[in-house]
Design a protein around this ligand. Structure first.
Ligand code: SF4
Ligand code: SF4
Length: 178
């Protein structure tokens, strides 16, 4: 099987440096607004800050993969004496909660590393984080060519399973017309 080079983009999160300013949420939602930068709504952001200001705890969490079914187990984190909501730090757009879903369409949100048009050299949340809580690195990895195509197919299949082919087609057509 032939190998191709794949660029891997990494955002490192230093939780200790995050002060909960939410600048990352503001710029992410503005960049993904239609038209671009026309509005800013953290509910549309692909990064969310889980906050506990009284304990000075702010944890940036990035929107990851969509999952069509809730998982059987639950994660509960306890930090600095406080127990956080079930699944508080999970990255998945999942049927069990509203986070990482587009408020109007309900379609799942996923961090695209700001590759949307026009693609950004460095993720905007990193650029806007003045506390250096978010830092960016790139590296190259060799992957099987088939593996890369497979990623796209799995993503589409799970969207269609959840929302039905017609809704996904309508949403894609609507976005294409904007
Ligand atoms: S990398 Fe871009 S898309 Fe991802 S959370 Fe940051 S601003 Fe949003
Ligand atoms: S911009 Fe940086 S410091 Fe501000 S909330 Fe986001 S990650 Fe935290």
């Amino acid at each position: 099987m032939s190998k191709i080079k794949k660029k891997v983009k990494v955002i490192k999160i230093d939780v200790d440096k995050c002060n909960g300013c939410k600048a990352c949420e503001v710029i992410c939602s503005a960049f993904h607004a239609t038209p671009k930068y026309s509005s800013s709504n953290p509910a549309r952001s692909r990064i969310r800050i889980i906050r506990d200001p009284l304990k000075d705890i702010f944890v940036p969490v990035y929107a990851g993969e969509y999952t069509p079914a809730e998982c059987m187990g639950r994660d509960v984190y306890k930090m600095d004496g406080k127990e956080y909501e079930e699944c508080a730090f999970c990255r998945a757009a999942c049927p069990s909660r509203d986070i990482f879903k587009e408020p109007d369409s309900g379609l799942p949100l996923k961090c695209d590393m700001c590759e949307d048009d026009p693609p950004q050299e460095k993720p905007l949340c990193v650029q806007w984080c003045l506390n250096d809580a978010l830092t960016y690195e790139e590296r190259e990895e060799e992957v099987d060519e088939e593996e890369k195509v497979g990623d796209i197919e799995i993503g589409l299949e799970s969207l269609i399973n959840k929302y039905g082919l017609d809704k996904v087609k309508d949403t894609v057509a609507r976005l294409g017309n904007k």
